[in-house]
Design a protein around this ligand. Structure first.
Ligand code: PHE
Length: 357
């Protein structure tokens, strides 16, 4: 075997045996580098006679090229193997929360919506929804507000410009129109809660022109005022997360319920904050009543056969009370400092077994 063949065989064996990139580079330097074996052979060309040089020159060059190619090929193989090993060993755990942990928060209003849905969901209520832009029939007339009745004026209604038929739609002033929509589209027994936005032309520390309510409606053949009281007292206890809450039902007036009552809870106001479940004060929490026979009739239900109760509560106010926020206006200012202080971790959904808040 000639020198060239001998060297080629040796070097190729070394190249293919190189276990990593550093070893391969060592071979490249030792064989093809300035002081390497192949370079040493090249240097001998100068001392050859012209005939010999003519023969050996191309042979040595070809050897150099073949070895260079073999090194490149081995390099690619080693690099691929190294990448495969890294891919197999480096793992990103996608179940870990992103950092920083709490840049985004759930708005307290959304948190309270979820808490209320959790409580009534456990009592067997489904969630119903309706449009924010309502007609006069659903927002007022079907709810037993006669045309010209003063209760209509109490709502500080936002009216839309009249349409081609002269009908003036309204931004719904309460979630009660969805009671009508539900009774007209579902057969009793009905048990729904209705979360949503409502609108009234009012603006100060405790009133904003858009706010949030949750309505409740139960229609069947047997539910009476005792069920209303039990259901809402259970709600108060679960919502305020106290073992015992004393409730009081005060007579009130709503056109769509008869009798009507506002529910108060016992509270303590002495320390500058409101503590529910202690003290001797009363705090109004919601409006309620037995669905008025006229409302049932307006929805095509026979009041001699069906009865039930309804209630409605202001979510923004409940959130202020439960989480000690004194002013309503920052709710809608999108101030990230306020949101990070009062907001909730989005993925901790309230649950009755795990804790609401
Ligand atoms: N819709 C009433 C309001 O906005 C609340 C309510 C709902 C009262 C259902 C009784 C029954 O003030």
């Amino acid at each position: 075997m000639s020198d060239i063949e001998q060297i080629e065989a040796e070097v190729l064996t070394a190249i293919n045996g190189a276990g990593d990139l550093a070893a391969l580079d060592g071979i490249r330097v030792a064989e093809l580098g300035k002081k390497g074996r192949v370079s040493g052979l090249m240097k001998t060309l100068g001392g050859m006679d012209p005939e010999e040089r003519k023969e050996m020159g191309p042979k040595l060059n070809a050897l150099k090229n073949r070895l260079g190619d073999a090194i490149d090929a081995r390099k690619t193989t080693l690099e691929d193997a190294e990448l495969d090993a890294r891919l197999a060993s480096e793992k990103a755990d996608l179940t870990l929360p992103p950092r920083p942990y709490r840049t985004g928060t759930l708005h307290p209003v959304m948190q309270v919506f979820e808490e209320i849905e959790e409580i009534f969901g456990a009592m067997g209520f489904a969630v119903a929804e309706g449009p924010d832009i309502e007609d006069d029939f659903h927002n007022f007339t079907a709810l037993n507000f006669p045309i010209g009745h003063p209760a209509r004026e109490d709502h500080d209604t936002f009216f839309m410009t009249p349409d081609a038929e002269g009908e003036r739609k309204v931004l719904r002033t309460h979630t009660s129109p969805v009671q009508i929509r539900t009774m007209m589209s579902q057969e009793p027994p009905i048990r729904v809660i209705i979360p949503g936005r409502v609108y009234r032309n009012d603006w100060d520390a405790t009133h904003t022109p858009m706010f949030h309510q949750v309505e409740g409606l139960v229609i069947d053949k047997v539910s009476h005022m005792g069920h209303l009281k039990g259901c809402l007292t259970d709600f108060a206890r679960a919502f305020f997360e106290v073992d015992e809450v004393e409730t009081r039902f005060r007579p009130h007036f709503f056109p769509f319920t008869e009798p009507s009552a506002e529910m108060d809870v016992k509270c303590d106001r002495s320390g500058g904050t409101v503590k529910v479940g202690q003290g001797e004060d009363w705090l109004e929490v919601l409006g309620s009543g037995m669905v008025h026979p006229n409302v049932l009739r307006n929805c095509g239900l026979d009041p001699n056969e069906y009865q039930g109760f309804a209630f409605g509560m202001g979510v923004d106010r409940l959130a202020m009370l439960k989480y000690g926020m004194p002013d309503l206006r920052p709710y809608f200012e999108s101030d990230v400092r306020w949101l990070s202080h009062y907001g909730f971790t989005p993925w901790l959904l309230p649950s009755l077994s795990g804790g609401l808040s």
